[in-house]
Structure formats: C-alpha cells, structure tokens
Ligand binder design. Sequence first.
Ligand code: R5P
Length: 296
Amino acid sequence: MIVIPGPSSLGLGWRIAEALGVEPHPVEHRIFPDGESYIRLTKPVAGEKVIIIQTTAPNPDSKLIQLLLMAETAKDFGADKIIAVVPYLAYARQDKRFLEMEALSLDVIINLLEASGVTDLVVVNIHNEVSIRAIEEKHSVKIHNLSAVSLLAEYLKGRGFDNAYSLSPDKGAIYIAEAASKILGGGYNHFEKTRDRKTGEIKMEVKNLNISGRGAVVFDDMISSGGTMAKAVEELIAQGAEKVAAACTHVLYMPGAEEKIRRAGADLILSTDTIETPFSQVTVAGLIATTLKGLA
Ligand code: R5P
C-alpha cells in the first residue's frame, strides 16, 4: 500500500498514514508562474494499492487538477488499484439539475476520476446521499460517503455541551441532528430554512424549543459565507439558549464568515480537518483509515 498525501492535505494525509501504520510519500509539487501545477510521484507504484489524499478547497479547480494528475500518473505507472480520498469534494453542490441545461458538476468530476483510474472515492459528509447514489449508478467508481457528526458531537460532549439540544439546518438533514443527539442527549430538531429568491436573504425558523438556560448545537455539513449558521445561532439565542456551538464538517472560511457567526452570538465554532482551518479541532484521520482498511 502506498499512501500519497497530496499538496492540499499534507497534515491529514500524514495523520491517515500514521493511523494505517505506513510511511507517507508526498509528491514533488510546484506551481508554474502562470498557475499550472507540476506533480511528480516519489515512490514506484507498480502493482500497488495507491491511496491519494487530496482535499479540494481552497481553490477547488487547481486542487482537482492536482488530484487528477496524481491519479493518472499512478495509473500510467502500473498501480493495481487507486483510491482517491477527497475529504471535502468540491462541485458536490450541483449533484442534480435544478434547471434545464445546467452542468451536472458532480457527475463531471466523477467522470474525470474514473477516466484517471480511480476505483474508489472516499468523501466526508456530502449532504445529499440520494443524489450521490444516482450518480454512482452511472459509473464504476464506488463512492464511500463518511459522516463526521459523531466525532464532532463527542468533542462537544467533553467541553460542556453534554445534554445540549442538537439541530440540523433543514429537514433533509435531520438525521445529522438525530445522530448527534444520541451522543449529547438533550433532544434534536431541525430548522425550516428558506431563502428569498429575489434578495437571497436566508430565514432560519424553528418552533419553540424550550431550551432556555441550556446549551444548543447547530450541525451543518459546511460553513461557506456563514449566513446559514449565523441566522441559526441568532434564533437559538433569541429562544434563550445559554450557550451555542456552531459545528460543521467543512469550513470553507470565506471572508467575513467567522465574524458573522461570532456576532450572532456563537460561543464556539468547530469543524474537522477535511479542510485545515483554525477551527479544525477534530480529525477525520481515524474514520478514514478505518474505511481504507476495509477496502480490498
Ligand atoms: C446547504 O445545503 C448547506 O448544508 C449549508 O447550509 C450551506 O452551504 C452553508 O452556506 P453558507 O455558510 O453560505 O450559508
């Protein structure tokens, strides 16, 4: 087995290699003056199971190209099996056509990975499981969609959020709040999320929760602009929550997002290391390593 931490996941890649008990082999990598990436593998891969770890943020386009360069090169040099670990998979938002003639972005990305020789794709918390399975059916790539929610809840439990109320940002993600509540206790529910089509303004509403004087946690798959999380936190504080945590798997760390959420009153912003940011207090290395051990 050859573990290759890609340029965008050096820290997590090393942690996964450590959890697997193998030596990591990072690639040689540089950026040409015009922004193109140069990639060279540093370990022969012929006949080997190759695991490439490369998240796709920030700068999703170049991170995806680097991933394809690594995979295709492993294929060219005779790798037996190529597993792509993409902890945060960009372009997964557009996992179905909402309007006619839109690009089906996730499908395009899976096509490219398949052509580069990837047989298994390990991702964390892509939110729409149904769409993933529909896209998976069209390809030979097997998609393993892991959830980091239990890890986030375990972390919070040890930090004063025992018995806190768990919430998901919408009804479709209620299973996330339910999973967290099994660890934190304290019950769970979901917001009703609506967006004004003209102004883009988000509303996060939830019935009276009876959380006065208690802790509450909002669990989302990602924080991008921070708008969704800020509105959710505001509402929980308006309902009397004593302290509120904003927990998510991926923080895209867009400018202003942190300020927005803190201004709303969040006591804690927490995420994993699928994308390394100052909020990455929880590692998904063990979770991913366990899945990789199960892949023949
Ligand atoms: C939406 O479906 C996602 O689960 C997140 O709630 C959303 O992407 C967060 O985006 P933002 O931080 O820009 O509100």
